[in-house]
Write a protein that binds this ligand. Structure first.
Ligand SMILES: [Zn+2]
Length: 618
C-alpha cells in the first residue's frame, strides 16, 4: 500500500477486459467435480444503486451448526488498519427453502449468528459504501473501500463480501449484474457462464473490481500482459496517458526482478476529487487520486507509486510471514515484517528506476534526502517494528506513513551493508529474489525467526542491524554506509542563499490539517502548534484542497501577505502572515564524492546496477 496522506501535505505530493454484455447470467456450465463442495455463489446487483448500498445475495444450502456465524472482515491484508465492515451492514437476512426468514442476530461488530443454519438456502444483505458513509473512527482507506455512483462502482472484496465461519477457504463464484455498457476491470477470471471465479475468500479480497465508464489501455511488459483501467470523473485522465507514463518504469521494475512472477496484471485507477494512495494485490492494484492536470499527477509521484504497487509482487506476495499466509479476517493480527512488505518495496520502487535508467543517480539521491526529511516529521521514538506491530492503533495510524520514508531508507542501508560485505557481488535485491524463490506464494516464513534467517543467508555481523535500526531507533549509520559507495552524507548544509520561508509542519486530523510544528517566521504572525487550518485567504482548506493551498503558499514571495483562518480551541482566529527571507539550510544532503577511491567507485557501480543473477529462478 502507499498512503500519501502525510506526504501530500508536507511536500508539494491480466485482467479480463469485459466489454458490454459479456456477463451473461445463467446456470454455470462448468460445475465442479462431485467431491468438491459447491462454491459459495454471490450475486451483487449494481443496477440497483439506490441508497448507495450493495445488494448482495449468497446462495448456499449446506451450512451446519459450525457455520452459523456469518463473518464480515475486520481488516484486510496490506492495509494495516481496522476496517470493521460490519459497521456498514444495513440489512441481513437468512432465508429458508420456503422463502421464510430465519431469525438471525448481530453478535459482534462483524458477526451475525443464524439460528437455523441447516435450513438456509439464501443469505441476503445490504451494505453501505465506505466512501460516503460517515463513521466515528477508523475510516476505511478510499483505495481499499467501496464507492457507488451513477457512472461507476468500486468494489474491494472485503467491503462487499463476507463468508460463513469455517468457509474462508471455499471457492466462490460472483455474478456482477451491471448496466450493459459498463466495462469491468479486475484480475478475476470468468467461468463460461460469465461469473467471476475465486479460489477462496482471500482471493476475492485480493481481487478488486472497478466497473463503469472506464478507459482501457494494454501493454506487454517483458512478457506480462498489463491492462490499465481508468475511471476519471470528467474524463480528464485516460488510461493511454498513464500507459505512456509508466511504460519505462514498469520495464525497469521487470528488469529489477529478472523475471516477472505473474503472467498478467491489472491497474485500476480512480480519479475523482480526493487523493489518498494505492493498494497492492497479487495480480492488480487500486489507485485513488484527485483529478488533476496530468503533469501535476506525475509531479505527485504517480509513476513511482505504480512501480511501488507493482513491485509488491515480490513481497508480500512471494515473501510473507505465516501471519499473512493464514490471514485473520476476524481480528487484526500484526506482523513485525512490514519493514519488508512496505519498506523494502518502496526501496525497490526507487532503486529500480535508477538502475533501469529512468532517473539519474543524482535524482535518486535527492529522493532519499526527501525521505530523510519526511522522517523528521514523525515520532523519532517510534521504531519500524512499532510501525508494524502497533499500526492498528490511533497513534499507529499517525506514524504509519513513515514506513515509506524511514522504512525505505533502512532497506537501502541494508542493501549497502550486504553489498559492502560481499564486495559488490550481492545486495538486498539478490537476497530478496533468493527468498522469493525459496518461499513463493504458497509458503510462509516463520514470523519470529526471520531476522536470523536473513542473517544465516548473508553474514553473522548483519544480525545487530535488525535490532538497532528496525526494532530500535538508533541513529541511522548514513555517513558510514553511504561512504562505501562514495556518497557523502551531510546532516545540514548551509547554502548561503536567501529564500522566502514560512516554515511549518502539518499533520492530518480527520479532514483537516493541524499545525504540528511552527517555525520562527510562522510564529511571528501568531500561529501556534495545535492550530487547525480552516482556510487560506478565500480557499477553504480540507484534505481535498490541501495540495492547492500548499502550491499557492509555495509560489508566494517574501512579504506578500496572506490570511490564515485557524481554529484554536473553541475560537476561530484570523492571522495575517507573510513569508520572510531566511538562509536556506538543506537538511539530509547526499551527494557523490568527486574524490571517491577506485574501490568506492567500483562498489558504486555495483550499487547502481542490477547485478547478474547467477542462479536463474525456477
Ligand atoms: Zn505498499
Amino acid at each position: 500500500m502507499t498512503n500519501r496522506l502525510k506526504a501530500a501535505v508536507t511536500t508539494p505530493i491480466a485482467a479480463i477486459l469485459c466489454l458490454a454484455g459479456c456477463a451473461a447470467s445463467g446456470p454455470s456450465a462448468a460445475l465442479p467435480a462431485a467431491a468438491e463442495p459447491e462454491p459459495l455463489a454471490y450475486t451483487v446487483d449494481l443496477t440497483d444503486r439506490s441508497e448507495d448500498t450493495f445488494k448482495v445475495l449468497l446462495r448456499v444450502d449446506d451450512l451446519g451448526s459450525e457455520n452459523a456465524i456469518y463473518q464480515f472482515a475486520s481488516t484486510a491484508p496490506g492495509t494495516y488498519q481496522v476496517m470493521d465492515i460490519g459497521r456498514y451492514v444495513r440489512r441481513f437476512e437468512a432465508v429458508d427453502a420456503s422463502g421464510a426468514i430465519i431469525p438471525s442476530e448481530q453478535v459482534s461488530t462483524n458477526q451475525w449468528r443464524i439460528s437455523r443454519p441447516e435450513d438456509v438456502v439464501e443469505i441476503r444483505y445490504e451494505l453501505a459504501e465506505t466512501w460516503d458513509t460517515p463513521v466515528e473512527e477508523h475510516p476505511v482507506y478510499l483505495m481499499a473501500g467501496t464507492s457507488i455512483e451513477d457512472d461507476h462502482v468500486q468494489i474491494n472484496g472485503q467491503a462487499v463480501f463476507g463468508y460463513p465461519t469455517g468457509m474462508q477457504s471455499r471457492p466462490l463464484r460472483i455474478q456482477v449484474v451491471r448496466p450493459d455498457e459498463w466495462i469491468v476491470g479486475t484480475a478475476l477470471e470468468r467461468d463460461t457462464a460469465g461469473w467471476y471465479r475465486a479460489d477462496n475468500y482471500d482471493h476475492v479480497v485480493d481481487s478488486p473490481i472497478l466497473t463503469g465508464t472506464l478507459s482501457v489501455a494494454s501493454l506487454d511488459v517483458r512478457g506480462t500482459a498489463v491492462d490499465i483501467f481508468t475511471y476519471s470523473k470528467t474524463g480528464a485522465v485516460k488510461s493511454e496517458q498513464i500507459l505512456e507514463a509508466v511504460r519505462d518504469i514498469l520495464t525497469a521494475a521487470a528488469d529489477f526482478l529478472g523475471e516477472l512472477p505473474v503472467d498478467r496484471y491489472a491497474f485500476l485507477f480512480h480519479f475523482e476529487d480526493v487523493s489518498m494512495g494505492a493498494w497492492e494485490h497479487s495480480y492488480s492494484s487500486t489507485y485513488t487520486f484527485a483529478e488533476a492536470d496530468f503533469a501535476m499527477l506525475l509531479q505527485q509521484g504517480l509513476a513511482s507509486i505504480v512501480a511501488h504497487e507493482f513491485l509488491h509482487i515480490v513481497t508480500p506476495l512471494n515473501i510473507h510471514s505465516e501471519i499473512i499466509e493464514q490471514f485473520n479476517f476476524v481480528a487484526p493480527t500484526p506482523s513485525e515484517h512490514v519493514w519488508l512488505y512496505e519498506g523494502a518495496t518502496e526501496w525497490m520502487a526507487q532503486i529500480s528506476q535508477v538502475r533501469g535508467g529512468v532517473i539519474d543517480p543524482e535524482t535518486y539521491l535527492a529522493r532519499l534526502s526527501e525521505k530523510l526529511r519526511a522522517d523528521d516529521g514523525y515520532d523519532p521514538e517510534w521504531s519500524i517494528s512499532d510501525m508494524s506491530l502497533r499500526s492498528y492503533s490511533a497513534k499507529g495510524q499517525r506514524e504509519w506513513g513513515n514506513i515509506y520514508q524511514r522504512g525505505a531508507i533502512v532497506a537501502g542501508l541494508l542493501d549497502l551493508e550486504i553489498l559492502s560485505r560481499s564486495q559488490g557481488r550481492r545486495g538486498l535485491r539478490e537476497v530478496l529474489l533468493e527468498l522469493a524463490a525459496t518461499y513463493g506464494p504458497d509458503t510462509a516464513f516463520g514470523e519470529a525467526g526471520f531476522f536470523d534467517e536473513i542473517t544465516a543467508m548473508t553474514y553473522p555481523d548483519i544480525r545487530p542491524f535488525f535490532e538497532r535500526y528496525i526494532r530500535d531507533t538508533e541513529p541511522l549509520p548514513l555517513s558510514e554506509l553511504f561512504a562505501h559507495v562514495g556518497v557523502e552524507y551531510i546532516p545540514e548544509l548551509r547554502t548561503g542563499e536567501m529564500e522566502p520561508s514560512f516554515n511549518v509542519q502539518v499533520g492530518v486530523q480527520g479532514d483537516r490539517l493541524t499545525f504540528v510544528g511552527v517555525g520562527e517566521v510562522a510564529a511571528a504572525c501568531g500561529l501556534t502548534a495545535g492550530d487547525v487550518l480552516l482556510a487560506m485567504d478565500e480557499l477553504e482548506v480540507t484534505l481535498a484542497t490541501a495540495q492547492q493551498a500548499f502550491t499557492t503558499l509555495h509560489m508566494l514571495g517574501a512579504d506578500e501577505p496572506f490570511v490564515l483562518t485557524v481554529m484554536r480551541g473553541e475560537d476561530k482566529v484570523e492571522l495575517t502572515c507573510a513569508k520572510q527571507l531566511v538562509e536556506r539550510v538543506d537538511r539530509h544532503v547526499l551527494r557523490f564524492d568527486p574524490e571517491a577511491t577506485p574501490e568506492q567507485v567500483a562498489l558504486r557501480e555495483a550499487w547502481l546496477t542490477n547485478l547478474p543473477l547467477p542462479h536463474a529462478r525456477p
